[in-house]
Design a protein around this ligand. Structure first.
Ligand code: NAD
Length: 249
């Protein structure tokens, strides 16, 4: 029987590229996003690869909507084998003391609580069915300290803790939980930003030993590898995919 994956933030960027790459492996996909437009676009692209896909509109920062995307996936597909726990926002790029409490709450709510809620409900289904595989999206800012992203960095370090500690509790029951830590990657959002600010792109790529940004397709390849049985003995890892960026810090 075909395997089933839930991908949050599946309507754009890393989530969309991974949905398409997983579909090429014959995996059915539940695309979760707040954006109907992006989510439906991904479903169309995934179906073009010959697998089944559904869009579920949900805000990952709301626990009842997380429970509902998990229930709807099980209702439609019968199980959940893979979970790419990926939805996230970047924040305003201000120094910490210039950020508001509302902004802190929003970033923590989506990036960290959203990821915790997702694992809470998805792992429950997976463990009932004998196991599964989860990849959480951290970031370079989840493995090193950086200015202008204090709250974001705190949430992404939290993702690393979530990943490692889940393994301590549930690896014995057939659960694998890994994280990726991408450096600046040319998703539509990042591309548009750098097109408007070309000097910032030069700055960003200048700090990367490989002298270029990553691509969503490169990240999708890594996530697909980690999620599927090709990575059966990799557990609790945080894999950096950043052109050497954090290795030089
Ligand atoms: N692009 C990069 O350079 C980069 C680097 C490191 C980590 N990341 C992380 O990768 C993940 C994906 O980022 P991306 O670059 O693909 O961004 P993106 O903006 O292209 O995609 C993110 C998707 O998440 C959705 N989303 C946002 N808030 C949501 C919510 N509350 N509920 C459900 N969906 C929501 C958006 O609608 C969007 O479709 C994020 O967690 C981000 O922090 C990105």
């Amino acid at each position: 029987m075909s395997k089933v994956a839930i991908i949050t933030g599946g309507g754009s960027g890393l989530g969309q590229a991974t949905a398409i790459r997983m579909a090429q492996e014959g995996i059915n996909i539940a695309v979760v996003d707040v954006s109907e437009k992006g989510g439906n676009e991904t479903v169309e692209k995934v179906k073009a690869e010959g697998v089944d896909a559904i869009f579920i509109k949900a805000d990952v920062s709301k626990p009842e909507e997380v429970k509902s995307y998990v229930d709807k996936t099980v209702e439609h597909f019968g199980s959940i084998d893979y979970f790419f726990n990926n939805a996230g926002i970047s924040g305003s790029g201000k120094f910490y003391l210039d950020t508001t409490i509302e902004e802190i709450n929003q970033i923590v709510g989506i990036n960290l609580l959203g990821a915790l809620y997702g694992v809470r409900y998805v792992a429950e289904v997976m463990l009932k069915n004998g196991g599964g595989s989860i990849v959480n999206t951290a970031s370079s800012a989840g493995v090193i300290g950086q200015d202008s992203v204090v709250t974001y960095s705190a949430t992404k370090h939290g993702i690393v803790g979530l990943t490692r500690s889940m393994v301590a509790e549930y690896a014995k029951d057939g659960l694998r939980v890994n994280a990726i830590a991408p450096g600046p990657t040319e998703t539509p959002m990042v591309r548009a930003f750098y097109e408007a600010n070309p000097e910032m792109k030069a700055n960003a790529t200048g700090g990367i030993p490989q002298k270029r940004l990553g691509t969503p397709e490169e990240v999708a390849e890594l996530v697909t590898f980690l999620l599927t049985s090709k990575a059966e003995y990799i557990n609790g890892e945080v894999i950096r995919i950043d052109g050497g960026f954090t290795s030089t810090k």
